[in-house]
Design a protein around this ligand. Structure first.
Ligand code: HEM
Length: 390
């Protein structure tokens, strides 16, 4: 395999919802190439399904920069962003309350939240903005429910999380103030739950404390990880965009609402909310997909390009809600860091899209789809606003 000699800046173009044709072609023609990332670092760009899986699951690809001593025996607090056994032991604790049964328990609650938001959107009249009415508040309300944070605190949460997530604010005073305030708040909640346990994640973690021996600081880090992981779910918006782009698929879903779960899977496979993903570090000299890599090299494996690999998904660039998925899509990641909230995330996409198209059978975009504004101020991009009529 040859590696392109001239380094290109990645992303190749500002992301506005469609994966550039050039990248899709590269899945087959140049699945591993060298690029320059937005922060100036050179990296391997990994696009094919098999190599993405290896990069995300093989311990020789690390998420900790070489030379960094942020390991448990170095005395620092543990969080999910670690490698190997230290991550696995923390994840065992974190995942205890994320059982399949527990997730099913959330179904009626998530549906009630979706219904309430859609009621308010309809009452507000048309055109309405799907993002501010439904797509943005839904994951926030769900995560508050899961963590046991009172819903009346959600406005403060918006502010903190916007500060945390903003690329522009990253490392700024605003970002660190937001982080401090959020941590202090979660600390108060933890104490409150310990005194009066509820039916939620913070209560479950703190009740287990004698068995897992995580400190309060570590539990707050876990809660931060769940918040950051669960708060930005833009796939309901990109999914509705894809359905509007493919009216025959929208018609199939409207004719048979039981296809909502399959639609969510296809939406997650086919649509993308960002062009960037986690940057990893090669821990030792190795070969991936026939390409030699050196210890210390940076690498970014893009799951949504893996999702377009024809070796794993026949006609991968066709959006088909009836698709039989022969392999799991990679949108929730792969391997030890596979999304802890995948069931909850998929549930939200399924219910948001399913409810909107069922309750508003004539729903349509109020502006041409190629004029939808995309936001680029965060690590996750996404549709900034989505005016619709019905
Ligand atoms: C459609 C919605 C979602 C998508 C597309 C998504 C995607 C992902 C991906 C790709 C990863 C792996 C990242 C990596 O390898 O570094 C991940 C990890 C994670 N996600 Fe999600 N996520 C979603 C919803 C949620 C929700 C609702 C929650 C929590 C309530 C959540 C919590 C987490 C956590 C805690 C991790 C870290 C797991 C670990 O490092 O062991 N996610 N998510």
């Amino acid at each position: 395999m040859t590696v392109a000699s001239e380094l290109r800046q990645y992303p190749f173009e500002p992301f506005t919802g469609d994966i550039p044709d050039e990248l899709i072609e590269m899945v087959e023609t140049d699945p591993i190439s060298r690029v320059i990332l937005p922060d100036g670092r050179e990296a391997w760009l990994v696009l094919d399904y098999a190599s993405c899986c290896t990069a995300l699951s093989d311990p020789r690809f690390s998420r900790i920069p070489l030379g960094n001593t942020r390991l448990p025996d170095a005395g620092g607090p543990r969080d999910l962003n670690m490698d190997g056994p230290p991550h696995a032991s923390l994840r065992r604790v974190a995942s205890r309350p994320f059982t399949a049964r527990r997730m099913e328990y959330y179904r009626p609650r998530v549906q009630a939240i979706v219904d309430g938001l859609v009621d308010d959107m309809i009452a507000g009249g048309q055109p309405a903005d799907l993002v501010s009415s439904l797509v943005a508040p839904l994951p926030l309300l769900v995560v508050c429910e899961v963590l046991g944070v009172p819903a009346e605190d959600r406005k403060r949460f918006y502010g903190w999380l916007a500060g945390l997530n903003s690329v522009l604010a990253y490392g700024s005073d605003d970002a660190s103030t937001a982080q401090q305030e959020l941590r202090a708040y979660l600390g108060e909640q933890l104490l409150a739950k310990r005194a009066q346990p509820g039916d939620d994640l913070l209560s479950a973690w703190s009740a287990d404390q004698s068995t897992h021996q995580l400190t309060d600081t570590e539990l707050i880090d876990l809660a931060m990880g769940v918040l950051v992981g669960g708060i930005e779910i833009n796939s309901s918006a990109t999914g509705l965009r894809a359905l509007f782009q493919h009216p025959e698929q929208l018609a199939k879903l409207q004719a048979d609402p039981s296809k909502a779960a399959a639609t969510a899977d296809e939406v997650l496979r086919y649509t993308t909310v960002s062009s960037l993903f986690r940057v990893q570090v090669v821990a030792e000299d190795l070969e991936l997909g026939g390409v030699a890599m050196k210890a210390g090299d940076c690498l970014m494996a893009l799951p949504w390009l893996g999702n377009r690999d024809p070796k794993f998904f026949p006609n991968p660039n066709v959006f088909d809600i009836d698709r039989v998925q022969p392999a799991p899509h990679l949108t929730f990641g792969f391997g030890p860091h596979f999304c802890l909230g995948s069931a909850l995330g998929k549930m939200q996409v399924e219910m948001a899209i399913g409810t909107v198209v069922r309750r508003l059978p004539n729903i349509a975009p109020a502006i041409p789809l190629d004029e939808l504004p995309w936001r680029h101020d965060r690590q996750n991009c996404g549709i900034a606003s989505f005016p619709v009529v019905w």
